[in-house]
Design a protein around this ligand. Structure first.
Ligand code: HEC
Ligand code: HEC
Length: 327
């Protein structure tokens, strides 16, 4: 996956200087400027200042042109990346956009309950995208609306953010795609755009995707089974089936069986799951497993019985599928 190169700061700065020059020469010479012109003038100066601040920020984040993979590979070269933080909920505006942001946050945390027609298991987006989809190394959504569209090799095409979200509906949620223009899709994208509001445009933040694991390690699934029983079943159940409240919502989510993600999901791939659990599981004890332990456990639980995704053979149409992809 490759992002478009960010604009060169020099080009951006030149454009901004051109705008500033117009703004400056176009003003104070006329002493009779009406009040309304002064207001517009102040507004345009404020816009120029905001652009300049943005350019400085962007410059601080260069170079970014060559990275941007959401996979574990993207975790490299962390130094110059901006860090993420969920903005304070009090900053959600009290208007139509703000209402969509709130609805998006609600869907993210209660997807199973809110969208029964689109969810075919008993998970929520935040079962995997932890901390309201705003936690580093749990595939956070902060800045994602300025990073997409990106080319995705699984699809063999450029995907807009709505298509990427639907990828998780059809696989991680074992369900059905939302209409691209539906209010609920608009709500999810609005929420993601609000999460992105304080970040420089187009830059992958620190903690996008998951931590890295060594993909040359071979899974030992016998050891994985033993470790899963020791470290995971207390919450996720002996068969990975999860634990539930009376209303069907989970106490701990299913990692296998019919209430879990299907075999076409990213989480069903050994090394993707290993990256997630290495950084985040057992819950509250992230980074306590070795790479080999994470790969062993992931190789075991991802291959427990789970829903089957139809038409998986159409994925990666250009023959560049990673080795842990399920067929
Ligand atoms: C079973 C776990 C799981 C669930 C549930 C899940 N996802 Fe994902 N999601 C993933 C994985 C794995 C990735 C890929 C991360 C990577 O490439 O490193 C991902 C990636 C994404 C991305 C792209 C992130 C990036 O950095 O490019 C978006 C957006 C996304 N998911 C949205 C959603 C939404 C919205 C929902 C709920 C409808 C959802 N996901 C539910 C596992 C899940
Ligand atoms: C203390 C309880 C606990 C333990 C122990 C634990 N988990 Fe989790 N797990 C959670 C919680 C809580 C979530 C996220 C649910 C949420 O926030 O909505 C989660 C999420 C997950 C997910 C993504 C969601 C899903 O259902 O697919 C996977 C995969 C997972 N855990 C695997 C593991 C593995 C493997 C282990 C053992 C190494 C483990 N967990 C140990 C509590 C636990």
């Amino acid at each position: 996956m490759t992002n478009f190169p960010a604009p060169k700061p020099s080009v951006l700065m030149a454009a901004i200087f051109a705008i500033s020059a117009v703004a400056v020469t176009g003003c104070s010479s006329d002493k009779d400027t009406k009040a309304i012109d002064r207001v517009e003038e102040a507004a345009s100066l404020a816009r120029v200042q905001a652009l300049e601040a943005r350019a400085t920020e962007l410059k601080g984040n260069m170079p970014v042109a060559t990275e941007g993979s959401a996979s574990a590979d993207g975790a490299a070269s962390a130094s110059a990346k901006p860090s993420i933080k969920m903005p304070d909920e009090s900053t959600i505006p009290d208007d139509e956009y703000g209402a969509a942001v709130r609805r998006g946050l609600q869907i993210a945390n209660h997807t199973y309950k809110e969208l029964p027609n689109n969810v075919g298991n008993q998970l929520n987006c935040t079962s995997c995208h932890l901390g309201n989809g705003s936690e580093a190394y749990a595939a956070p959504w902060n800045n994602i609306t300025s990073i997409y569209p990106v080319y995705r090799s699984r699809a063999g095409r450029i995907n807009v953010i709505q298509e990427r979200i639907n990828g998780c509906f059809e696989r991680s949620m074992n369900g059905k795609a939302l209409d691209l223009g539906s209010d609920d899709m608009n709500a999810m994208v609005s929420y993601m755009s609000w999460l992105s509001k304080d970040l420089p445009f187009g830059v992958s933040p620190e903690g996008r995707g998951f931590v890295k694991v060594d993909k040359s390690l071979k899974p030992n699934t016998d050891n994985g089974k033993k470790l899963f029983a020791e470290k995971c079943t207390v919450c996720h159940g002996a068969e990975g089936e999860g634990q539930y409240n009376d209303d069907g919502s989970y106490v701990y989510p299913a990692v296998a069986g019919d209430k879990s993600f299907n075999d076409g999901a990213g989480m069903a791939r050994t090394y993707t799951a290993a990256s997630f659990i290495k950084g985040k599981m057992p819950f509250g004890q992230g980074n306590s497993l070795s790479d080999q332990e994470a790969v062993d456990i992931a190789g075991y639980f991802t291959h427990l019985p789970r829903p089957v995704k139809a038409n998986k053979d159409k994925d990666w149409p250009n023959g560049d599928a990673p080795k842990d992809v399920r067929r």
